[in-house]
Design a protein around this ligand. Structure first.
Ligand SMILES: [Fe+2]
Ligand SMILES: [Fe+2]
Length: 179
């Protein structure tokens, strides 16, 4: 059987009162905070680039299938923006600074921003970006392990949404192909 849960309450209470200015970060935080913040800033850049790419595609899509696809692009853009907000909030909670500097944004991002004009090309670009995000976020989740469960849970939630996005896009591509 597992060992019963036991905590040195006296020590935890004392440590909680030392470094109160560190807010949510206590001595029980096992991850390398600086490294987590820097990885989260890359995720933040990725989410912003994805938001911008989807917005561009939303305004630029034309043609017979334009309307249905546009709605999908807009919904994805909004969800990527929500991810960016979640990640920025977590960075601040970890006493880091969310990097929202437009300079270097594309370099910090895992996903790419390319200008394309054809509807099908747009969907392909978005699908590629989602697949990059899925691969890197999965790695981040494995890397976090049990060291920062809150960040891991957030990343798992975001990953699930990116998988949904990739699935939506694959279905759109299929629909286009069958017409
Ligand atoms: Fe996202
Ligand atoms: Fe996505």
């Amino acid at each position: 059987m597992k060992e019963p849960f036991r905590a040195d309450m006296e020590m935890i209470r004392r440590r909680a009162r030392e470094k109160m200015d560190q807010g949510a970060v206590t001595s029980a935080y096992r991850a390398d905070r600086e490294q987590v913040i820097s990885v989260l800033n890359e995720v933040l850049a990725t989410e912003i680039v994805c938001t911008l790419r989807y917005k561009n595609h939303y305004y630029m899509c034309r043609g017979v299938h334009g309307d249905t696809v546009a709605e999908e692009f807009l919904q994805h853009a909004r969800e990527e923006e929500q991810h960016a907000d979640q990640v920025a909030r977590r960075i601040a909670q970890l006493n880091g600074v969310p990097n929202l500097n437009p300079e270097g944004l594309a370099t910090r991002s895992h996903a790419e921003y390319k200008d394309v004009s054809e509807l099908e090309e747009m969907i392909r670009e978005d699908l590629a970006a989602e697949r990059v995000a899925i691969a890197t976020y999965s790695e981040i989740i494995r890397w976090l392990g049990d060291d920062d469960p809150t960040t891991r849970r957030m990343m798992e939630e975001i990953l699930a949404k990116e998988e949904e996005h990739a699935d939506d896009l694959a279905n759109l591509l299929q629909d286009l192909g069958s017409h």
